[in-house]
Ligand binder design. Structure first.
Ligand code: SAM
Ligand code: DTB
Ligand code: SF4
Length: 338
């Protein structure tokens, strides 16, 4: 159960293909050695700049190339963002992710403003994550100095399938930004989307790429595609829960110390399906009425589920400690009760 970055594709495929109950049982065992077993982190998303993006990501309602019904707006003021961030904190979020529909960060006034926003939000005592597109090493360093905790930059799928979904940038562009973030000593948040029409091998290859990066991303968002009207993927069939579970459990086993975030797509999942995802190793959600542009799961229902499953919110800035004994072991029954 050591943390390894030398996984082979075949080893991961074997894990992924195991009988589902065996796969989840192993994932749960690994989970209990690396994480407080019944903790789930509550995060919040704020779309600080929405729409008009130059990229052509086939899943994304924010690309300027597609006709979608979103509320486009330029970069929000610091006061507006602080208002949303404070509400997110009040609701119980310990991590706030600021998303901008940019292809890449440019060294201009807007970036200066973004750096200032990061600084102020980090003063609230929440983990601040940003997702602003491609960044250089220098830009990453500026964000780090402003107090940025993590940067989200998804690989989204396998290298092979990537070009079917996006033509305006390459997989290597993504990897390059991830390296710049690492160099700046910012925590890496990198995951992907399931249900874009990729094959099982694409999913395994995607997980393989994540688990063989020089260091595992500390945070791995697993999104189920939200098909949005007007995007090329609007008619994609919803991913089956069984495939979500396999991907989450496999990610948990091969990247034991990472936080696996059950991200987009929860609004379409039943509470029982979501509970199953937590059991398979997911330990974070985005809460609040919206993701970036699409509706999210209902907050009251999230809290209801936490209560039913006796889950507690994970505090901010919590590191990972590997123990030799499971954290929160199930108490064994005494002789007399048998
Ligand atoms: N522009 C930046 C970038 O591409 O890195 C940041 C924002 S982008 C919206 C962040 C991530 O949201 C994408 O990498 C993708 O994984 C996810 N995403 C976007 N649209 C989605 C959709 N319709 N369903 C599920 N996930 C989606
Ligand atoms: C991630 O992997 N998922 C979040 C976060 N990182 C930025 C975004 C999901 C966006 C879903 C589509 C939307 O609401 O626009
Ligand atoms: Fe732009 Fe990011 Fe959407 Fe791609 S995923 S179109 S880069 S906002």
């Amino acid at each position: 159960m050591e943390i390894r970055t030398d996984w082979t594709f075949d080893a991961i495929k074997t894990i992924y293909r195991r009988p589902l109950f065996d796969l989840i049982y192993e994932a749960r065992t690994v989970h209990k050695h690396y994480h407080d077993a019944n903790e789930v982190q509550v995060c919040s998303l704020i779309s600080v700049k929405t729409g008009n993006c130059q990229e052509d990501c086939g899943y994304c309602p924010q690309s300027a190339r597609y006709q979608t019904e979103i509320n486009k707006h330029s970069l929000l003021s610091k006061d507006e963002v602080m208002g949303y961030a404070q509400s997110a904190k009040d609701m119980g979020a310990t991590r706030v992710c600021l998303g901008a529909a940019w292809r890449r960060v440019r060294d201009n006034k807007e970036f200066d403003q973004m750096v200032d926003i990061v600084h102020s939000v980090s003063q609230l005592g929440v983990e601040v994550c940003c997702t602003l597109g491609m960044v250089t090493a220098e830009q990453a360093t500026r964000l780090k100095e402003a107090g940025l905790y993590a940067y989200n930059h998804n690989l989204d799928t396998s290298r092979e399938f990537y070009q079917e979904i996006i033509s305006t940038r390459s997989y290597d562009d993504r990897l390059n930004t991830l390296e710049n973030i690492r160099q700046a000593n910012i925590k890496v948040c990198c995951g992907g989307i399931l249900g874009m029409g990729e094959s099982e091998d694409d999913r395994v290859a995607f997980l393989h790429t994540l688990a063989t990066l020089p260091e595992h991303p500390e945070s791995v968002p697993i999104n189920a595609l939200v098909p949005v009207k007007g995007t090329p993927l609007e008619n994609q069939k919803r991913i089956e829960i069984w495939d979500m579970l396999r991907a989450i459990a496999t990610a948990r086993i091969i990247m034991p110390g990472s936080i696996i975030r059950l991200s987009a797509g929860r609004a379409e999942m039943s509470l029982a399906e979501q509970a199953f995802c937590f059991f398979a190793g997911a330990n974070s959600i985005f809460a609040g009425e919206k993701l970036l542009t699409t509706p999210n799961a209902d907050f009251d229902e999230d809290m209801f589920l936490f209560e039913k499953l006796s889950l507690t919110p994970r505090p901010s800035y919590k590191g990972v400690i590997k123990t030799t004994t499971p954290i929160n072991p199930v108490e064994t029954l005494g002789e007399q009760s048998l």
